[in-house]
Design a protein around this ligand. Structure first.
Ligand SMILES: *Cc1c(COP(=O)(O)O)cnc(C)c1O
Length: 450
């Protein structure tokens, strides 16, 4: 498949996920890349994996990151012995902006090139919806339909979606859970006649373009850290839900970036950390935590990782996924005494530990962590090898989760003027029952209305 078809279709025709057929080795370019700005580096990496020319890639990158408040898109802050990589300086204050601003611009370019239109349908538990809306708002020949669970996203997350007044943005609150929303979206996408008739497209993290955009900050952060420490290589600690973010780091390592270790961090929903400890991927119960974007049991991008873990054998991936679907569990083989993966290790933090690390980091360093980033920092502080450069990914601005921060530090210190401004703005959303028929009818009605 071409890069452009991959982006437009999201999934393979048989429902599997898509990967590049080759991961380029860039070891011999690292010295040159080290000198690049974030935008230059993004241009190189995007051009490398796509049929997009360097000139067009540079224009896309420039448009995508013009809405960020940091000149270098991301920011690195030393907190004690750790390097915090702040990825939340985009328009909705979560790391998802880095990929979704790019994907919005890429979609727009492809729709323009191919003609026709694109209607995006997405389910959200909070951060994805607002980042996707801000990636698509106001664009020609594109609309976005976002399903969130009614009353189950934080007020500030809801306002980031429902106060957007562009005519191509449609919000619906489903009387149900996030899983209900996700189930409805999946059913809509498997109805191929409906999907084709209404030119539907997907922006969830199964879209390869999102992973691609995230590879960039692993290079950028490792280069800056190697420069400041004079040491070769660094390890990354990544708060993880759907395995998209850490998978981008895995590919960066495969491309030849000297990543000494990838450390996966989960909250109480620890299916992934249990896998990297035991080799068994086994479904557990979903727990509601203060880091809701990581309250996930089945990680959609895990299948991509499994392809490499099973030596690039797609049939073996199919068998393992089928076994997991049927029995709720599957196990990978390994030699006695060998780790499950030579590059990835894992850890987790429960709610108490997360609150405690937010409190101690604020007290000792005056630095506020959001609950997702705090899960990573808790795991980072328990690692051996104190002298090893350690980069912790910070995935959201603390103000997005000000209530949990308040619980940890005892006062309302986590604020952001962008969120404060939304409190008095009018909101627009439709409430619908948790029903495929109702949501389909609503999409058809909204499209025929204009
Ligand atoms: C989405 C999200 C995550 C999890 O990222 P994955 O790519 O799903 O592993 C972590 N933190 C925040 C704030 C998020 O929005």
């Amino acid at each position: 498949m071409s890069f452009k078809d991959t982006v437009m279709s999201g999934l393979a025709a048989d429902g599997g996920l898509l990967l590049p057929d080759e991961i380029p080795d860039v070891s011999d370019r690292l010295a040159d890349w080290q000198k690049l700005t974030y935008r230059e580096l993004a241009t190189e990496i995007i051009a490398l994996y796509s049929s997009i020319s360097s000139k067009d890639a540079a224009a896309l990158v420039h448009r995508s990151y013009s809405a960020f408040s940091e000149p270098e898109v991301v920011r690195m802050v030393a907190v004690g012995d750790l390097q915090i990589l702040e990825l939340f300086h985009g328009p909705t204050l979560s790391f998802k902006d880095i990929a979704l601003q790019f994907l919005g611009n890429l979609f727009e370019a492809l729709v323009e090139e191919r003609g026709g239109e694109l209607n995006i349908v997405v389910a959200t538990s909070g951060d994805t919806g607002s980042a996707a809306i801000h990636g698509v708002r106001g664009r020609e020949n594109m609309r976005i339909f976002v399903l969130h669970p009614h009353g189950r996203v934080s007020p500030s997350q809801r306002r980031q979606m429902t106060t957007v007044s562009n005519e191509n943005v449609f919000n619906v609150a489903i009387d149900g859970t996030f899983d209900d929303c996700q189930g409805i979206v999946k059913s809509i996408f498997t109805d191929l006649p409906f999907k084709t008739r209404y030119s539907l497209g997907a922006v969830n993290s199964i879209n390869w373009a999102r992973i691609l955009a995230q590879i960039v900050y692993y290079f950028f952060a490792a280069f800056r850290t190697m420069e400041s420490t004079g040491l070769e290589g660094a390890r990354f600690v990544v708060p993880t839900g759907n395995f998209g973010d850490i998978f981008a780091g895995y590919l960066a390592r495969k491309m030849g970036l000297p990543v000494t270790r990838l450390v996966l961090a989960t909250n109480e929903n620890d299916i992934l950390s249990r896998f990297f400890e035991s080799g068994t991927y086994a479904l557990g119960e979903v727990h509601t935590t203060i880091s809701p974007s990581m309250d996930i049991q089945v990680a959609s991008n895990f299948e991509r990782y499994l392809y490499y873990r099973l030596n690039g054998d797609p049939a073996a991936v199919g068998r393992a996924m089928a076994q997991f679907r049927d029995s709720g569990s599957m196990t990978v083989e390994r030699q006695a005494g060998e780790p499950v993966d030579e590059w990835i290790s894992s850890g987790s933090a429960d709610t108490q530990q997360t609150l405690e690390v937010i409190r101690s980091t604020y007290k000792d360093h005056g630095y506020l962590l959001d609950p997702h980033s705090a899960v990573g920092v808790h795991v980072a502080l328990s690692l051996e090898g104190a002298g090893e450069p350690t980069i912790c990914l910070a995935t959201a601005h603390p103000a997005k989760f000000s209530e949990s921060i308040g619980r940890a530090v005892g006062s309302k210190v986590a604020r952001h003027e962008m969120l404060d401004r939304l409190t008095d703005m009018p909101e627009q959303f439709t409430v619908l029952p948790s029903s495929l028929v109702a949501v389909r009818g609503w999409i058809e009605e909204s499209l025929s209305a204009g």
